[in-house]
Design a protein around this ligand. Structure first.
Ligand SMILES: [Zn+2]
Ligand SMILES: [Zn+2]
Length: 161
């Protein structure tokens, strides 16, 4: 827990934080790796703001070609911190407990919410050929021209009976 009392009573203007998570498999069982986060919490005349970023360094698997690659797109942290919610719609607020916040929990939540549910090694990854399994990013195969919808085969059999 990060104690914010000195920020709240005015004896500090800002509090910096940094932490690292050495196992990010809580995000998804197919994800492994680490993440580090750092940032600063400031008191703007009573408005407590948290700003920072999370830098993941994850080993993930491309959903199209199955290749393992490193995912390292940073996630921005931007939140307001309060001791109680004025109304329940204020989702962007983080609630203090005993004038402290759980930075690790905030970072974990950001990773869970912001990491993609499906990873692509590149935006236009061509994936694997469904027939021969060739990696179409690296080579083309001869299957594509013969490709047809197998549902037609079923109909053809039906009519020939
Ligand atoms: Zn891929
Ligand atoms: Zn093929």
């Amino acid at each position: 827990m990060l104690d914010l009392k000195k920020l709240l009573d005015g004896s500090l203007q800002s509090i910096e934080f940094s932490l690292s998570l050495d196992d990010c498999s809580f995000v998804d069982e197919s994800v492994s790796g680490v993440a580090c986060a750092n940032g600063v919490i400031t008191n703007h005349s009573g408005l407590i703001l948290l700003k920072g970023d999370v830098k993941p360094k994850l080993s993930v698997v491309c959903a199209r070609c199955g290749k393992e690659y490193e995912y390292s797109t940073p996630i921005a942290l931007n939140a307001k911190i309060t001791d109680k919610l004025a109304n329940e719609d204020e989702e962007e607020f983080i609630i203090m407990q005993d004038f402290a916040i759980d930075i690790e929990d905030i970072v974990r939540t950001a990773l869970i919410l912001e990491l993609p549910t499906r990873y692509l090694c590149k935006e236009d990854c061509k994936g694997l050929c469904a027939k021969c399994g060739a990696d179409l990013n690296e080579s083309s195969c001869n299957c594509e021209t013969k490709e047809r919808d197998s549902r037609w085969d079923v109909l053809k059999d039906y009519f020939s009976e």
